[in-house]
Every structure is written in structure tokens, then in C-alpha cells.
Design a protein around this ligand. Structure first.
Ligand SMILES: NC(=O)C1=CN([C@@H]2O[C@H](COP(=O)(O)OP(=O)(O)OC[C@H]3O[C@@H](n4cnc5c(N)ncnc54)[C@H](O)[C@@H]3O)[C@@H](O)[C@H]2O)[C@@H](O)CC1
Ligand SMILES: Nc1ncnc2c1ncn2[C@@H]1O[C@H](COP(=O)(O)OP(=O)(O)O)[C@@H](O)[C@H]1O
Ligand SMILES: [K+]
Length: 507
């Protein structure tokens, strides 16, 4: 699999392992990195009148010296601007020696329209804010095309945060695998197109590093995507129960229910308080409806209908009732009651803000149904206030810490949704679209997750698949999207995935 994401520290480890395994040494890797960047510059900007290469003091700068030399040898008019000296004896120092171009101080950097900037100031080793000459260079480069080496200088490879200021690249050429900073916001916005270049660090080396972070792509979960068997019947395809709010807040549950049905659940039941039965009944056709006003109704439904997963939260209201219902579902055994999982969203999450440990304990029972929580930033802060406030943690690290504490799969939503499992695995989603920022879009996501859980997908894989499918549907639909459109917009995405799944050799 090539969708592993490596932290800068893991990339450093891959570097060391690759050098130890040979045949390339550190300078050999740097040479390959520089060749990759020079190749991108030559193929993408054949008409650039001049290329300004900005080199920092570390290995990122070392890559820059290789780029400058290779472009110069190809007949490109190159100007080299330097900030800091490479450490004596380092690979970067060798690269600097081999580059015979005149060096100018970055403090004097000027660039004319029609030229291109190669940013090789800082990459994985960025350790403090960009200031002074470097910050000034960012301003000058703002009106020119920029190719960044590894990362746009100023973007943290770990978190995607911007340290002081950062270059805005048109193309970022990184090496071996993406880093979290390429996928998490705001870094992702600064990278432009990302080219991942092979510099000779093989898949075997990456496997040894054993990163637990992935870019969320279908290859990661396609094998588990449910396709009904020839002899399927509706209950074999899983039964999803969606708890509805009161009479003036029923739409969210119906959106989740419809999405669950479109996502392959064989049967879906909206579980409604008595006073909302009429309004729910008026809007439901293939989806079933059952009066579920009190906890006894929940127990009765759990006992006789064998629902395989539940959604609780959308439009439900905050309070005791949400907690009691959620805990009743989590108290079932996964095997005997057949409850695979609970998707806790929106009000369901907020309801546990002062009793988080009760929820986490219930989810930690060995045979409890899987708990999948889908907080946006506000909801995340209510359930995990200390983690949310910890400025030293990236969004990735926050989602991971929350999942471990809650013993749940946590989908930390947003434009850069992170999905984290209690075992430390995490995926960063990258196919989202701004059109998804519309009321009710999260309710649809909850329904998709529940459907995949009900069909037997494991929780982390179901969560990753649902996030990708939801984002893809929104991206393809584009402008004008409202949440009501999303369930139907899932259909072409699901069709392609099912076809790919059936073609896959492992499927
Ligand atoms: N790890 C690998 O496998 C490979 C890494 N390569 C390159 O090596 C880079 C990492 O090299 P380094 O670890 O030397 O790190 P960098 O070159 O990113 O920066 C390290 C140096 O910059 C200084 N520095 C950091 N932030 C600063 C700031 N804001 N202002 C002023 N000085 C600052 C540090 O004190 C240190 O001297 C990667 O980004 C990549 O470009 C490539 O050569 C290919 C192979
Ligand atoms: N700018 C954006 N880009 C990509 N996805 C987004 C963006 N804004 C929101 N989303 C996605 O849309 C959904 C919104 O969910 P949520 O915040 O719960 O809204 P609601 O409660 O109205 O349904 C989430 O899946 C989120 O990741
Ligand atoms: K850089």
C-alpha cells in the first residue's frame, strides 16, 4: 500500500534505514530528491525565463543546491539565494560544493515577473517561525509561481500549522510518502499540487517504519466494502435503527435513515417518540417507523428486532434520554444481541459532556458494540476539553488521543477530517469539498457509517469508507448541494466502488 503517511520523524527513520540497507547513501538520496524536483521544474515550467533557487542551511537546502546545479546544467538561467551555511561535512555541504553557481544572500533576494521560485529553505527540520529575510522572501514569492521542495517552508510537516508565515506553492515535490502537513489544514492549502517522488526508499523500508497513519483512499478499505450475496435477504444486509428527535426536529434522523438505506442497509427503522410519529410517518416510505419514546421501548426493540447498528444524536436533543438510550445500546452484547455498533453524533455527543467517563467505560466493555463518534470541532471540545485545548497537539494527534481515551473510533470532522481508532491507527481524509458545509450533511455521514457497520464492516474501516464516500458524493455534486441531495448522490460513487471491489483480485 502506498497511502502510508509518515511524520517527519518517521521519514528520518526511513532515511536512516534506507541508507543502512544501501545502495544509496545520504548524498545519493539527496541527489535523487534534487533530480525529482528539477524534473518537475523542467517539465511543468518550460517557458520560465529564470529560476530563483532559495537554499536553507539543512538538507532541504542541500536538495536545493542539487536542483540549482541540475537546472544550470540544463541551460536554465538560475540564480541562487542562500540563507545560512550547511554544516561542515554534511550531505548539504557536499551538494553546495558541487554547485558552482554564484551564491547571493537571501537578504538581497529580488525576483522579476516571469521567473519561478524553488523554495528549498526548510522542510522536515522546520523548528521555529519564519522571520526576517525568510519572511520577506515569502512576500516576494507571493506573486510568482513556486515549486516547494518537500514542504512549503513555514508549514509544519507534523501538524500542517504555519510557523509565522509560509510559502504558497503551486507544486510541492515530496519524497517517498506524504507527511501529515501535506494533508492537514492550513498546510494542505499551501502545498498546491503534491507530487510524491520515488527517491529509492523502497516499500520494504516504509513497512519497517510501521507508520500507523494513512491517507484515506479506497484501497485502504475497499476489500471490506459490503456487496450483497446472491442469496441475500433484507435482514442479512443489516438493519439500522435511527433515533428521531421530537416533532419539530425529525428531519435529521430521516436524513441519516435515508443515507443508511442508500448505503446498503437492508432495512432501516426510524425510532420515534410518540408525539413525532405523525410527522415522521408523513415523510417515510421504504423506511420503517416504530414508536420508541421510553427506555422500555428501546429494550423491547433491541430484544425483538435484532438491529445491527444505531444512529443516535442528529436532532435528538441533549439530556438524560440521549444518555440512557445510548448506554442501553452499548450494554448489548455484540454477539448475542447482534448489535455491531452505535454511531453517536451531534446531541448524542453533547449529552455526555459532563459524564464522558460513563460513555467511555460502556464502550470499553470487551464485548460491547463498537462506538463510532463523529464530532465536529465544537462537539470535540465538549467531550475532550483538555485534548482540544492542548496547543502542542495536531488535529491528527488530538483525534488519536480521543480515540484511545474513549475506546471508540473518532471521526474528527471538518475540511480535513481525521479518523482515528483506539489501537492508534489513523487516517486523514483528503477528498472533501467545501460544498459539504451545509446543514444536515453530518447526519447523512452518520447514516452511511451505521449502514456499513450493520453490514459487518469493522468500525475503523467503516468510518474511513463512509467519510470518503460522503466527501466524494459532495465533491462530485458540487455547487447547490443540500443535505437532501446527498443520499442519491451516493449512488454513482457506490456503483464505481462496488465495480472496483468486484474487479479487485483480492475481492
Ligand atoms: N529524510 C529523507 O529521507 C531525505 C530528506 N531530504 C531533505 O532533507 C530535509 C530535512 O533536512 P533537515 O533535517 O536538515 O531539515 P531542514 O533542511 O528542513 O532544516 C534544518 C535546519 O534549519 C534550521 N531551521 C529550521 N527552521 C528554521 C527557521 N524557521 N528559521 C531559521 N532556521 C531554521 C534548523 O536549525 C536546521 O539548521 C527534507 O525536508 C528533505 O528536503 C532529502 O535530501 C532526501 C532524503
Ligand atoms: N469546508 C469543508 N470541506 C469539506 N468537508 C466539509 C467542509 N465543511 C464541512 N464538511 C463536512 O461536512 C459535514 C458537516 O457535518 P456537521 O458539522 O455535523 O454538520 P450538520 O450537523 O449540519 O450535519 C462533515 O462531514 C464535515 O467533515
Ligand atoms: K521547502
Amino acid at each position: 500500500m502506498s497511502n502510508e503517511v509518515l511524520s517527519p520523524a518517521e521519514m528520518g527513520e526511513a532515511d536512516r534505514l534506507a541508507i543502512a540497507a544501501g545502495p544509496l547513501d545520504g548524498y545519493g538520496l539527496m541527489q535523487r530528491a534534487g533530480e525529482a524536483v528539477a524534473g518537475v521544474v523542467l517539465s511543468r515550467y518550460p517557458a520560465a525565463s529564470r529560476v530563483h533557487v532559495l537554499c536553507g542551511p539543512g538538507n532541504n537546502g542541500g536538495d536545493g543546491y542539487v536542483v540549482a546545479r541540475l537546472l544550470g546544467e540544463s541551460g536554465v538561467d538560475v540564480t541562487l539565494w542562500v540563507s545560512g551555511e550547511p554544516r561542515a561535512g554534511s550531505d548539504a555541504a557536499i551538494a553546495a560544493t558541487e554547485c558552482s553557481l554564484e551564491r547571493r544572500p537571501l537578504a538581497a533576494f529580488v525576483a522579476e515577473q516571469g521567473s519561478l521560485v524553488v523554495d528549498a529553505l526548510y522542510g522536515a527540520g522546520l523548528s521555529k517561525d519564519l522571520l526576517g529575510d525568510t519572511a520577506r522572501a515569502v512576500d516576494i514569492a507571493a506573486s510568482l509561481p513556486v515549486v516547494a521542495v518537500d514542504l512549503p517552508s513555514g508549514v509544519s510537516g507534523d501538524s500542517g500549522d504555519i510557523l509565522g508565515t509560509a510559502f504558497r506553492a503551486d507544486i510541492t515535490v515530496t519524497f517517498a510518502r506524504k507527511k501529515p502537513g501535506h494533508l492537514l489544514l492550513p498546510g494542505r492549502e499551501r502545498c498546491g499540487e503534491i507530487v510524491v517522488a520515488d527517491i529509492g526508499i523502497g516499500d520494504d523500508i516504509i513497512a519497517q517504519v510501521a507508520s500507523r497513519t494513512f491517507e484515506n483512499k479506497p484501497a485502504f478499505w475497499l476489500e471490506e466494502l459490503p456487496v450483497p450475496a446472491v442469496d441475500a435477504h433484507k435482514y442479512k444486509r443489516g438493519h439500522v435503527g435511527v433515533f428521531s428527535g421530537g416533532p419539530s426536529a425529525t428531519g435529521a434522523a430521516r436524513l441519516a435513515a435515508l443515507a443508511a438505506a442508500r448505503s446498503g442497509a437492508g432495512a432501516v427503522t426510524v425510532l420515534s417518540p410518540a408525539n413525532a410519529m405523525q410527522v415522521n410517518a408523513a415523510h417515510l416510505t421504504s423506511i420503517m417507523l416504530r414508536k420508541t419514546g421510553a427506555i422500555e421501548d428501546v429494550h423491547e426493540f433491541l430484544g425483538d428486532r435484532r438491529s445491527s447498528s444505531f444512529v443516535l444524536g442528529p436532532g435528538f436533543g441533549v439530556g438524560d434520554k440521549a444518555r440512557d438510550f445510548a448506554l442501553a445500546v452499548l450494554a448489548r452484547k455484540r454477539q448475542e444481541g447482534g448489535v455491531e455498533g452505535l454511531v453517536l453524533d451531534a446531541d448524542g455527543i453533547t449529552s455526555f459532556r459532563n459524564e464522558a467517563s460513563t460513555l467511555f467505560d460502556a464502550a470499553s466493555r470487551p464485548d460491547a458494540p463498537a462506538l463510532v463518534m463523529t464530532p465536529h470541532e465544537g462537539e470535540f471540545g465538549r467531550l475532550f476539553p483538555d485534548i482540544a485545548d492542548d496547543k502542542s497537539l495536531s488535529k491528527l494527534a488530538k483525534a488519536r488521543a480521543a480515540a484511545a481515551r474513549a475506546n471508540a473510533t473518532v471521526i474528527y470532522k471538518g475540511a480535513d477530517t481525521v479518523i482515528a481508532a483506539p489501537d492508534g491507527s489513523a487516517a486523514i481524509n483528503s477528498n472533501g469539498a467545501r460544498w459539504l458545509a451545509t446543514a444536515g450533511s453530518g447526519d447523512v455521514l452518520a447514516g452511511i457509517i451505521a449502514a456499513l457497520l450493520a453490514q459487518g464492516m469493522r468500525a475503523f474501516q467503516a468510518a474511513c469508507a463512509a467519510v470518503w464516500i460522503h466527501a466524494e458524493a459532495g465533491r462530485r455534486f458540487g455547487p447547490g448541494l443540500i443535505a437532501e441531495d446527498l443520499p442519491l448522490a451516493l449512488v454513482p460513487v457506490l456503483r464505481e466502488l462496488v465495480e472496483a471491489r468486484q474487479k479487485a483480485p483480492t475481492g
